[in-house]
Design a protein around this ligand. Sequence first.
Ligand code: CS2
Length: 505
Amino acid sequence: MSDKSVLCRKSLPLIQDHLLTPEWRDPRIGIVHLGIGNFHRAHEAVYTEEAMLAAGGDWAICGVTLQGDVTKRDALMAQDGLYSVVERGAEGVKTTVLRALREVLALPHDRARLFELLADTNVRIVSLTVTEKGYCRDTKTGDVDHGHPGIAHDLAHPGEPGTVPGILVAALRMRRDACIAPFTVLSCDNLSHNGAALRQVVCSHARMLDEALASWIEREVAFPSTMVDRIVPSTTNADRDAATAALGLRDEAPVPCEPFRQWVIEDHFPAGRPAWDQAGAQLVDDVIPFELAKLRMLNGTHSTLAYLSMLAGFETIDEAISFGPLRTLIHSMMTQEIAPTLSVPASFDLMAYRDALLDRYANPALKHRCAQIAMDGSQKIPPRLLATIATRLEHGESIARLALGIAAWFVFLCGRADDGTTFVISDPLASQLTALATHSGDDPKSLVDAMLGCRDVFSLELASNEVFRRALIEAVTQLKTGARSAIEKTNHKASETKSASRQNL
Ligand code: CS2
């Protein structure tokens, strides 16, 4: 424990060099954010502080953790909501103390205070970064998952919600009944059509409780979509020590991140919004092209890198991408298997985007752990890789590299790396998936057939596609000889196929 005094509002005059500007007029809370994780604190919170400095407005943030864990709340509230954003890039390290976060709550402990804020007319946006699993979504229908235990609780106790759909429905009902205009609901998660996906989950939950309320939400509440992008690793003790050394004050909750950031937002905010455009965000009519490009090019290759690395023994993304054959695989995966499935504005150069992603992955200062990305594969794989694969199959195009990414996930779920190291699987479906993987024995066919039988991940249509199944069996067979050699074999075979198809032209 450092002997330095803790970062707090009184200490701000001591660290003016680490503030965006010395002036700060203490705006009122205008945004409630569900899921006060590192990503939000390095992304939306940064854009929002910059927007308020540029154009004013009462848009301070109240962050809410839904996990019942009070440590994050207490650490941030002990610092008056202040924390460092620590950008690590080629130009070195930049430590900036953020002030936009005014209050932090932890459910279920602070539910009364949360609903007091959700009823406040100045709260005009409720944003979310709760990861894919936080939507409690039935992946087959897109409606709320009625079998989810949290949803069952919130249906039985609508006044004491703990899930995202339950909280939003209860808050919107409260505003409707008090004739207060609704807030805008802003999804900032890596889901395709994230605004529409959240709207469907919320309205289907509301319908279970009150048909008229569901209709009111459908008619009156805005759910704009966004594409969010910034690589933000988890915080380590080394980050805490580095931030403390930079500030000369103890910061228990710094957020490490890359210098790059991007935010593309559907401009639909009936109750108003911060001047995010003056902080570099892109306000557009149609987010989808940007969202799909990021979800497939970045997140799809991120997951592929993570699973192959967990088998090959690469600890971080920069270490993984420095393995030549793996960089070659990812480069050609984006070029030949992902980019052709995307349609983006003419101004969006997908090959330049690919090269920028490879540079971002190679950032040696970030130490972004593959194990962090490998979590929750059952929620991440479908939007990041399966949608791309389905498009490729529909057009009869190759999927060899994409299939290797899925096959690496299957082998990862067996819980053992190539060198025999074992790891624990962190996933909402961990028990179901690890049972399928480990009970299928060593035969690639039985592993593939067992995993394809998981309807929570694979649609019947995709699971029945023989081209997909054979590609997976071939990839799993190659992975049995080790991830590094499987990567090299896949590269070699793909380049052979490419030169053969050139000769046939
Ligand atoms: C990563 C994302 O952890 C993961 O699954 O792929 O958090 C990724 O770092 C962000 O989407 C980048 O914008």
